[in-house]
Ligand binder design. Structure first.
Ligand SMILES: Nc1ncnc2c1ncn2[C@@H]1O[C@H](COP(=O)(O)OP(=O)(O)O)[C@@H](O)[C@H]1O
Ligand SMILES: [Mg+2]
Length: 442
């Protein structure tokens, strides 16, 4: 998408994807749309500022007003702040894991002793599985220790689910051995979500139809309060499952999986349907979780926030574990992967260029319109740049949105219009410059 010239409108919950591609962000919140002319990477800080200000206003208005929606909203925004803190701790965990892996070679005895106390969760040696001619997993070894948070990435059909099924004992490997630690209690959220009676209610699905409480990690908790943890409103208690939205269903499945007492949590693509708020809840839950986590996900940002190591497919059934998050994995192996991707994108662009360039450019001359455009475009570009700077100055006032929403929206619209025109003008100028050079060299 990045190499396309056309305008893009993207609806997504994937933070990294949005940050990489967006230049302007629209936020639909309680029926109102507001927009900033900056990409998603600037969005969350801005939104938090808007919400914080709203909260201050609200407190001024009436300190006693505490409604459900308010709770949901600020509960979530507080959560995000805590999650940022938790990222620091994750760093320490990753270092531990890196050090352990570095030291593992000469610390076999100590490790073997530690096994008995339940530090070892899973040990796989040279496991493999083949479907027909295709090697899905070939000679993979890993030691999963208590407290590890292991992410598994890879394209659809790469074999992530197959690998996890072997690691959790759901399906035995064709070759190799697997050993499990003592007292493992596993909770799973599988990719093909379990089926529940569509006529039963949200509360019933959580309590199992028994009373008003959910057993969360072995302790009873009132179903309404557990529902709130997962951003459901009290009024949704009696909502039949068949009318839940896809995202709400995903949230419910997560709530069920996380309530089970467990010390090993296996989540197969749990992030697929989740919105940003629910992702934050999940991140928080996993941060508090004491046990071991194996997580398959396509959400790069989420992996960066949660996991201590990443397993990635290298082709031909080879899988390698990298210490750290998704970004660390890319840094360790990604150079190749990235260059490959850039190369294909460049080739695509070249193809476009050859396809759209008029044939025999070297023989032709610039026509009058082209010459005129080449001369006047720099002035147009300078004008547009000045306009952008002007609108940007208006928008840099963080209070503008509150003070004068109309002006804010006008400035936003003017800014994006100027940006679009600037881009078009620059493209046109560049195209003509290239053409001129080609003609002069011919
Ligand atoms: N029982 C099976 N028989 C044959 N092929 C299978 C079987 N199970 C999975 N596969 C194939 O193995 C590949 C990996 O599947 P899977 O582990 O589910 O991928 P992922 O979870 O990474 O998307 C896919 O191409 C799938 O079609
Ligand atoms: Mg899968």
């Amino acid at each position: 998408l990045d190499s396309r010239r056309s305008a893009l409108v993207i609806i997504s919950h994937d933070r990294r994807f949005l940050s990489n591609l967006s230049r302007s962000t629209a936020w639909l919140d309680r029926g109102q749309i507001s927009q900033i002319d900056r990409g998603f990477s600037a969005f969350e800080a801005w939104r938090d500022e808007v919400l914080a200000e709203e909260e201050r206003d609200q407190h001024k208005l009436d300190r006693k007003i505490v409604n459900e929606e308010h709770w949901l909203r600020y509960g979530v925004s507080g959560r995000r702040k805590r999650n940022v803190k938790r990222l620091g701790n994750l760093q320490a965990l990753r270092d531990q894991r890196r050090n352990y892996r570095a030291a593992a070679g000469n610390a076999n005895l100590a490790a073997a002793e530690a096994d008995k106390s339940g530090k070892l969760i899973i040990e796989a040696k040279n496991i493999g599985r083949t479907y027909g001619e295709r090697k899905i997993v070939d000679g993979f070894s890993i030691r999963v220790q208590r407290g590890d948070r292991i992410g598994i990435v890879g394209p659809n059909g790469a074999g992530k689910t197959t690998l996890v099924d072997m690691l959790t004992g759901a399906k035995p490997p064709d070759t190799g051995t697997i050993r499990f630690g003592a007292n493992i209690e596993m909770a799973t959220l599988d990719q093909h979500r379990e089926s529940l009676d569509p006529k039963s209610t949200l509360a019933e699905a959580l309590t199992g139809g028994r009373g008003d409480s959910v057993m969360v990690g072995g302790k009873p908790k009132h179903v309404v309060s557990y529902m709130k943890d997962f951003l459901f409103a009290q009024e949704q208690m009696r909502t039949p499952l068949e009318v839940l939205s896809g995202g709400e269903r995903g949230r419910l499945m997560l709530a069920r999986a996380l309530a089970k007492p467990s010390n090993l949590l296996v989540l197969d693509e749990p992030t697929n349907d989740l919105d940003l708020e629910t992702l934050d809840v999940l991140e928080e839950m996993l941060g508090d979780y004491e046990g071991t986590v194996i997580l398959i996900s396509h959400d790069r940002d989420f992996l960066d926030r949660v996991v201590t190591s990443v397993i990635a497919p290298e082709g031909d059934g080879r899988w390698i574990e990298y210490a750290g998050g998704y970004t660390d994995m890319l840094a360790q192996r990604g150079a190749d992967l990235k260059r490959e991707a850039v190369k294909t994108a460049a080739v695509e662009r070249d193809k476009d260029a050859t396809a759209s360039a008029p044939s025999g450019t070297s023989k032709r001359r610039l026509n009058f319109n082209e010459k005129h455009a080449l001369e006047t475009l720099p002035k147009t570009i300078a004008k547009l740049q000045a306009e952008i700077a002007k609108q940007q100055r208006h928008l840099d006032d963080p209070n503008l949105y509150r003070k004068d929403r109309k002006k804010f929206e006008q400035a936003s619209a003017a800014l994006s219009k100027a940006q679009m025109e600037l881009e078009a003008a620059e493209d046109k100028w560049l195209e003509l410059e290239v053409l001129r050079e080609e003609i002069e060299q011919a």
